[in-house]
Write a new protein. Sequence first.
Length: 359
Amino acid sequence: MLYVSFTKDISAQKLQPGFIKNEYEELLKINQKVHIEFEKWKTDTALPMPMNYKLIHRSNVVGFDNRWDFWANEQQLVGVIAIRGSILTQASFLANFYAAMIPAKGELQLSKEKSFSYQLATHPNAAVQAGWLIAMAHVSESIIPTIDSAYKKGMKDFLITGHSQGGGIAFMLTAYLRQLQLNKQLPNDIQFKTYCSAGPKPGNLFFAYEYEKMTQGGWAFNVVNTADWVPDVPFSIQTTDDFTDVNPFPFAKDLIKQQKFPKNVALKHVYNQLSKPAKKAQRKYEQYLGKMVSKAVAKQLPEFQSPAYYKSNYFVRTGQTIVLYADSDYILKYQQETSIKNIWLHHMPDKYAELLKKY
Protein backbone atom coordinates (compact mmCIF):
# COMPACT_ATOMS: atom_id res chain seq x y z
CA MET A 1 0.00 0.00 0.00
CA LEU A 2 1.19 3.53 -0.79
CA TYR A 3 1.32 5.90 2.18
CA VAL A 4 3.44 8.79 0.88
CA SER A 5 1.93 12.18 0.07
CA PHE A 6 2.66 14.01 -3.15
CA THR A 7 2.90 17.73 -3.87
CA LYS A 8 0.78 18.53 -6.89
CA ASP A 9 2.39 20.40 -9.78
CA ILE A 10 -0.38 21.05 -12.25
CA SER A 11 2.08 22.54 -14.76
CA ALA A 12 4.28 19.41 -14.75
CA GLN A 13 4.61 17.60 -18.05
CA LYS A 14 2.75 14.28 -18.09
CA LEU A 15 3.50 11.07 -19.96
CA GLN A 16 3.78 11.43 -23.71
CA PRO A 17 3.26 8.67 -26.31
CA GLY A 18 6.17 7.22 -28.24
CA PHE A 19 9.47 5.60 -27.38
CA ILE A 20 11.49 8.11 -25.37
CA LYS A 21 15.11 7.09 -24.97
CA ASN A 22 15.74 8.90 -21.68
CA GLU A 23 12.50 7.55 -20.23
CA TYR A 24 13.50 3.97 -20.97
CA GLU A 25 17.03 4.60 -19.68
CA GLU A 26 15.61 5.59 -16.29
CA LEU A 27 13.45 2.45 -16.26
CA LEU A 28 16.46 0.25 -17.05
CA LYS A 29 18.13 1.59 -13.92
CA ILE A 30 14.99 0.86 -11.90
CA ASN A 31 14.70 -2.64 -13.38
CA GLN A 32 18.26 -3.33 -12.33
CA LYS A 33 17.62 -2.09 -8.79
CA VAL A 34 14.45 -4.11 -8.29
CA HIS A 35 16.55 -7.28 -8.69
CA ILE A 36 18.92 -6.50 -5.82
CA GLU A 37 18.55 -5.95 -2.11
CA PHE A 38 18.87 -2.53 -0.49
CA GLU A 39 22.17 -3.29 1.25
CA LYS A 40 23.84 -3.97 -2.11
CA TRP A 41 22.79 -0.70 -3.74
CA LYS A 42 25.84 1.21 -2.53
CA THR A 43 28.30 -1.38 -3.84
CA ASP A 44 26.48 -2.13 -7.10
CA THR A 45 28.15 -0.54 -10.11
CA ALA A 46 26.21 -2.12 -13.00
CA LEU A 47 23.97 0.91 -13.48
CA PRO A 48 23.65 4.16 -11.49
CA MET A 49 20.57 5.15 -9.51
CA PRO A 50 17.77 6.76 -11.53
CA MET A 51 17.95 10.54 -11.61
CA ASN A 52 14.27 11.43 -11.51
CA TYR A 53 12.64 8.70 -9.43
CA LYS A 54 12.92 7.48 -5.87
CA LEU A 55 11.76 4.24 -4.33
CA ILE A 56 8.48 4.59 -2.45
CA HIS A 57 7.53 0.99 -1.72
CA ARG A 58 8.85 -2.55 -2.18
CA SER A 59 6.33 -5.37 -2.09
CA ASN A 60 6.46 -8.65 -0.23
CA VAL A 61 7.57 -11.74 -2.13
CA VAL A 62 4.56 -13.70 -3.45
CA GLY A 63 3.66 -16.36 -6.01
CA PHE A 64 6.72 -17.65 -7.83
CA ASP A 65 9.11 -15.52 -5.73
CA ASN A 66 7.68 -12.44 -7.47
CA ARG A 67 8.24 -8.93 -6.24
CA TRP A 68 7.62 -5.41 -7.49
CA ASP A 69 8.73 -1.88 -6.64
CA PHE A 70 6.84 1.39 -6.73
CA TRP A 71 9.01 4.38 -7.66
CA ALA A 72 7.81 7.95 -8.15
CA ASN A 73 8.77 11.21 -9.74
CA GLU A 74 7.11 13.42 -7.15
CA GLN A 75 7.53 16.63 -9.16
CA GLN A 76 5.78 15.35 -12.27
CA LEU A 77 3.49 12.96 -10.39
CA VAL A 78 4.53 9.93 -12.42
CA GLY A 79 4.62 6.51 -10.77
CA VAL A 80 6.63 3.46 -11.89
CA ILE A 81 5.44 -0.08 -11.31
CA ALA A 82 8.57 -2.20 -11.79
CA ILE A 83 8.20 -5.98 -11.73
CA ARG A 84 11.17 -8.15 -10.85
CA GLY A 85 12.25 -10.74 -13.41
CA SER A 86 13.70 -14.20 -12.87
CA ILE A 87 15.95 -14.84 -9.93
CA LEU A 88 18.01 -17.97 -9.25
CA THR A 89 15.39 -19.96 -7.38
CA GLN A 90 13.37 -22.98 -8.43
CA ALA A 91 10.12 -21.14 -7.74
CA SER A 92 11.09 -18.23 -9.97
CA PHE A 93 11.93 -20.45 -12.93
CA LEU A 94 8.70 -22.38 -12.51
CA ALA A 95 6.92 -19.30 -13.86
CA ASN A 96 9.00 -19.60 -17.03
CA PHE A 97 8.68 -23.37 -17.43
CA TYR A 98 4.94 -23.40 -16.82
CA ALA A 99 4.56 -22.52 -20.49
CA ALA A 100 1.27 -24.11 -21.39
CA MET A 101 -1.31 -21.66 -22.70
CA ILE A 102 -4.50 -20.76 -20.86
CA PRO A 103 -7.39 -18.58 -22.06
CA ALA A 104 -6.88 -14.82 -21.77
CA LYS A 105 -10.20 -14.55 -19.95
CA GLY A 106 -11.27 -16.68 -17.01
CA GLU A 107 -10.72 -17.39 -13.36
CA LEU A 108 -7.75 -18.82 -11.45
CA GLN A 109 -8.18 -20.60 -8.14
CA LEU A 110 -5.09 -19.36 -6.32
CA SER A 111 -6.03 -20.97 -2.99
CA LYS A 112 -9.01 -22.52 -1.27
CA GLU A 113 -10.32 -19.11 -0.30
CA LYS A 114 -8.94 -16.90 -3.06
CA SER A 115 -9.90 -16.80 -6.72
CA PHE A 116 -8.75 -14.35 -9.37
CA SER A 117 -11.12 -13.33 -12.15
CA TYR A 118 -9.28 -11.81 -15.06
CA GLN A 119 -9.75 -10.53 -18.57
CA LEU A 120 -6.74 -9.70 -20.74
CA ALA A 121 -8.60 -9.83 -24.06
CA THR A 122 -12.12 -10.33 -25.33
CA HIS A 123 -11.51 -12.68 -28.27
CA PRO A 124 -12.45 -16.25 -27.31
CA ASN A 125 -9.29 -17.61 -28.93
CA ALA A 126 -6.88 -15.28 -27.14
CA ALA A 127 -4.51 -17.19 -24.86
CA VAL A 128 -1.41 -16.45 -22.77
CA GLN A 129 1.46 -18.17 -20.99
CA ALA A 130 0.24 -19.74 -17.75
CA GLY A 131 3.15 -19.05 -15.39
CA TRP A 132 3.38 -15.31 -15.97
CA LEU A 133 -0.37 -14.89 -15.70
CA ILE A 134 -0.34 -16.64 -12.32
CA ALA A 135 2.55 -14.42 -11.23
CA MET A 136 0.62 -11.34 -12.36
CA ALA A 137 -2.42 -12.48 -10.40
CA HIS A 138 -0.33 -12.53 -7.21
CA VAL A 139 1.42 -9.18 -7.66
CA SER A 140 -1.71 -7.37 -8.84
CA GLU A 141 -3.27 -7.97 -5.43
CA SER A 142 -1.03 -5.24 -4.00
CA ILE A 143 -0.55 -3.22 -7.20
CA ILE A 144 -4.23 -2.28 -7.58
CA PRO A 145 -4.51 -0.73 -4.08
CA THR A 146 -1.25 1.16 -4.66
CA ILE A 147 -2.58 2.65 -7.90
CA ASP A 148 -5.83 3.56 -6.14
CA SER A 149 -4.00 5.21 -3.24
CA ALA A 150 -1.67 7.18 -5.56
CA TYR A 151 -4.61 8.23 -7.74
CA LYS A 152 -6.44 9.65 -4.71
CA LYS A 153 -3.34 11.74 -3.99
CA GLY A 154 -3.38 13.20 -7.51
CA MET A 155 -1.20 10.77 -9.50
CA LYS A 156 -2.75 9.74 -12.81
CA ASP A 157 0.31 8.73 -14.86
CA PHE A 158 1.95 5.34 -14.40
CA LEU A 159 4.82 3.62 -16.17
CA ILE A 160 4.73 -0.18 -16.14
CA THR A 161 8.02 -1.98 -16.65
CA GLY A 162 9.84 -5.23 -16.14
CA HIS A 163 13.00 -6.84 -17.48
CA SER A 164 13.10 -10.47 -18.65
CA GLN A 165 10.39 -12.45 -16.81
CA GLY A 166 9.33 -9.10 -15.41
CA GLY A 167 8.63 -8.03 -18.99
CA GLY A 168 6.46 -11.11 -19.52
CA ILE A 169 4.46 -10.27 -16.41
CA ALA A 170 4.30 -6.60 -17.46
CA PHE A 171 2.55 -7.64 -20.71
CA MET A 172 -0.10 -9.40 -18.62
CA LEU A 173 -0.46 -6.55 -16.12
CA THR A 174 -0.83 -3.95 -18.87
CA ALA A 175 -3.60 -5.91 -20.56
CA TYR A 176 -5.30 -6.57 -17.23
CA LEU A 177 -5.28 -2.92 -16.13
CA ARG A 178 -6.47 -1.64 -19.49
CA GLN A 179 -9.32 -4.14 -19.53
CA LEU A 180 -10.26 -2.98 -16.02
CA GLN A 181 -10.48 0.53 -17.46
CA LEU A 182 -12.62 -0.63 -20.38
CA ASN A 183 -14.93 -2.37 -17.87
CA LYS A 184 -15.07 0.84 -15.77
CA GLN A 185 -13.31 -0.80 -12.80
CA LEU A 186 -10.45 1.69 -12.96
CA PRO A 187 -10.72 5.42 -13.76
CA ASN A 188 -10.40 6.21 -17.46
CA ASP A 189 -8.25 9.27 -16.80
CA ILE A 190 -5.37 7.11 -15.58
CA GLN A 191 -2.69 6.90 -18.27
CA PHE A 192 -0.59 3.75 -18.41
CA LYS A 193 2.56 3.49 -20.51
CA THR A 194 4.52 0.25 -20.73
CA TYR A 195 8.16 -0.53 -21.37
CA CYS A 196 8.73 -4.28 -21.37
CA SER A 197 12.47 -4.87 -21.49
CA ALA A 198 13.92 -8.11 -22.88
CA GLY A 199 10.37 -9.39 -22.69
CA PRO A 200 9.57 -12.93 -23.91
CA LYS A 201 6.59 -13.88 -26.06
CA PRO A 202 3.52 -13.66 -23.79
CA GLY A 203 0.71 -15.23 -25.79
CA ASN A 204 -0.80 -16.13 -29.14
CA LEU A 205 -1.70 -13.97 -32.13
CA PHE A 206 -5.25 -13.27 -30.93
CA PHE A 207 -3.89 -11.89 -27.66
CA ALA A 208 -1.19 -9.91 -29.51
CA TYR A 209 -3.75 -8.26 -31.78
CA GLU A 210 -5.84 -7.03 -28.85
CA TYR A 211 -2.83 -5.96 -26.80
CA GLU A 212 -1.55 -3.92 -29.73
CA LYS A 213 -4.99 -2.39 -30.29
CA MET A 214 -5.29 -1.41 -26.60
CA THR A 215 -1.85 0.21 -26.54
CA GLN A 216 -1.62 1.61 -30.06
CA GLY A 217 -0.46 5.16 -30.56
CA GLY A 218 2.84 4.75 -28.74
CA TRP A 219 1.77 3.53 -25.28
CA ALA A 220 3.58 0.19 -25.06
CA PHE A 221 6.96 -1.15 -26.18
CA ASN A 222 9.15 -4.20 -25.86
CA VAL A 223 12.84 -3.34 -26.08
CA VAL A 224 15.14 -6.15 -27.22
CA ASN A 225 18.86 -6.69 -27.69
CA THR A 226 19.20 -8.72 -30.90
CA ALA A 227 21.98 -10.79 -29.28
CA ASP A 228 19.68 -11.77 -26.40
CA TRP A 229 17.92 -15.15 -26.60
CA VAL A 230 15.21 -14.48 -23.99
CA PRO A 231 12.86 -12.57 -26.35
CA ASP A 232 12.82 -15.72 -28.53
CA VAL A 233 11.08 -17.85 -25.88
CA PRO A 234 8.80 -19.67 -25.22
CA PHE A 235 9.08 -22.19 -28.06
CA SER A 236 6.32 -21.64 -30.57
CA ILE A 237 4.37 -24.30 -32.44
CA GLN A 238 1.87 -23.30 -35.13
CA THR A 239 -0.75 -25.81 -36.20
CA THR A 240 -3.63 -25.62 -38.66
CA ASP A 241 -5.88 -24.72 -35.71
CA ASP A 242 -4.02 -21.46 -35.04
CA PHE A 243 -5.61 -19.39 -37.80
CA THR A 244 -8.56 -17.03 -37.88
CA ASP A 245 -11.96 -18.64 -38.34
CA VAL A 246 -12.08 -18.06 -42.10
CA ASN A 247 -9.17 -20.02 -43.57
CA PRO A 248 -8.76 -22.88 -46.05
CA PHE A 249 -7.51 -25.54 -43.63
CA PRO A 250 -10.85 -26.74 -42.15
CA PHE A 251 -12.05 -27.50 -45.68
CA ALA A 252 -8.83 -29.02 -46.96
CA LYS A 253 -9.83 -32.63 -46.35
CA ASP A 254 -13.19 -32.18 -48.12
CA LEU A 255 -11.45 -30.56 -51.09
CA ILE A 256 -8.92 -33.39 -51.23
CA LYS A 257 -11.72 -35.98 -51.27
CA GLN A 258 -13.19 -34.30 -54.34
CA GLN A 259 -10.01 -34.91 -56.31
CA LYS A 260 -9.70 -37.95 -58.57
CA PHE A 261 -7.64 -41.02 -57.72
CA PRO A 262 -4.65 -41.19 -57.25
CA LYS A 263 -4.31 -37.42 -56.83
CA ASN A 264 -6.58 -37.46 -53.76
CA VAL A 265 -4.40 -40.10 -52.03
CA ALA A 266 -1.22 -38.17 -52.72
CA LEU A 267 -2.68 -34.88 -51.49
CA LYS A 268 -4.06 -36.51 -48.34
CA HIS A 269 -0.63 -37.96 -47.59
CA VAL A 270 1.04 -34.57 -48.06
CA TYR A 271 -1.55 -32.80 -45.89
CA ASN A 272 -1.11 -35.31 -43.06
CA GLN A 273 2.67 -35.07 -43.27
CA LEU A 274 2.43 -31.31 -42.87
CA SER A 275 -0.26 -31.03 -40.20
CA LYS A 276 0.13 -34.06 -37.91
CA PRO A 277 3.72 -33.47 -36.66
CA ALA A 278 2.86 -29.95 -35.48
CA LYS A 279 -0.25 -31.14 -33.65
CA LYS A 280 1.68 -33.98 -32.04
CA ALA A 281 4.38 -31.54 -30.94
CA GLN A 282 1.72 -29.25 -29.43
CA ARG A 283 0.28 -32.13 -27.40
CA LYS A 284 3.76 -33.04 -26.14
CA TYR A 285 4.44 -29.39 -25.27
CA GLU A 286 1.25 -29.24 -23.23
CA GLN A 287 2.02 -32.55 -21.56
CA TYR A 288 5.52 -31.61 -20.41
CA LEU A 289 5.33 -27.83 -19.90
CA GLY A 290 1.75 -27.94 -18.69
CA LYS A 291 0.67 -31.09 -16.87
CA MET A 292 4.11 -32.25 -15.69
CA VAL A 293 5.29 -28.79 -14.59
CA SER A 294 1.98 -28.27 -12.79
CA LYS A 295 3.07 -30.95 -10.28
CA ALA A 296 6.04 -28.77 -9.30
CA VAL A 297 3.75 -25.75 -9.23
CA ALA A 298 1.52 -27.60 -6.74
CA LYS A 299 4.49 -27.92 -4.36
CA GLN A 300 5.20 -24.17 -4.57
CA LEU A 301 1.51 -23.15 -4.44
CA PRO A 302 -0.15 -26.05 -2.59
CA GLU A 303 -3.71 -24.75 -2.86
CA PHE A 304 -3.49 -23.62 -6.47
CA GLN A 305 -5.76 -25.50 -8.87
CA SER A 306 -4.37 -26.01 -12.37
CA PRO A 307 -6.64 -24.45 -15.00
CA ALA A 308 -7.82 -26.02 -18.24
CA TYR A 309 -5.25 -25.43 -20.96
CA TYR A 310 -5.88 -23.80 -24.30
CA LYS A 311 -4.96 -26.26 -27.06
CA SER A 312 -2.22 -24.21 -28.62
CA ASN A 313 1.38 -23.12 -28.12
CA TYR A 314 1.57 -20.57 -30.89
CA PHE A 315 3.52 -17.90 -29.03
CA VAL A 316 4.21 -14.74 -31.00
CA ARG A 317 6.18 -11.52 -30.57
CA THR A 318 3.79 -8.96 -29.10
CA GLY A 319 3.61 -5.17 -29.05
CA GLN A 320 5.74 -2.55 -30.74
CA THR A 321 9.34 -3.76 -30.72
CA ILE A 322 12.26 -1.39 -30.19
CA VAL A 323 15.37 -3.05 -31.60
CA LEU A 324 18.72 -2.44 -29.92
CA TYR A 325 20.86 -3.86 -32.70
CA ALA A 326 23.96 -5.78 -31.65
CA ASP A 327 26.30 -4.55 -34.39
CA SER A 328 29.69 -5.97 -35.36
CA ASP A 329 31.53 -3.76 -32.87
CA TYR A 330 29.37 -5.04 -30.02
CA ILE A 331 29.73 -8.69 -31.08
CA LEU A 332 33.49 -8.34 -31.44
CA LYS A 333 33.77 -6.72 -28.01
CA TYR A 334 32.09 -9.65 -26.26
CA GLN A 335 33.04 -12.61 -28.46
CA GLN A 336 35.56 -13.98 -25.95
CA GLU A 337 32.92 -13.97 -23.19
CA THR A 338 30.32 -15.84 -25.26
CA SER A 339 30.01 -19.40 -23.98
CA ILE A 340 27.53 -21.90 -22.58
CA LYS A 341 28.66 -20.84 -19.10
CA ASN A 342 27.63 -17.26 -19.73
CA ILE A 343 24.20 -17.52 -21.32
CA TRP A 344 23.00 -14.32 -19.61
CA LEU A 345 25.76 -12.17 -21.10
CA HIS A 346 23.60 -10.21 -23.57
CA HIS A 347 20.51 -10.30 -21.39
CA MET A 348 21.58 -8.08 -18.51
CA PRO A 349 20.32 -4.47 -18.17
CA ASP A 350 23.83 -3.02 -18.46
CA LYS A 351 24.19 -4.52 -21.96
CA TYR A 352 20.84 -3.04 -22.91
CA ALA A 353 22.02 0.32 -21.57
CA GLU A 354 25.19 0.04 -23.64
CA LEU A 355 23.30 -0.57 -26.87
CA LEU A 356 20.74 2.11 -25.99
CA LYS A 357 23.49 4.72 -26.29
CA LYS A 358 23.71 3.86 -30.01
CA TYR A 359 19.96 4.00 -30.57
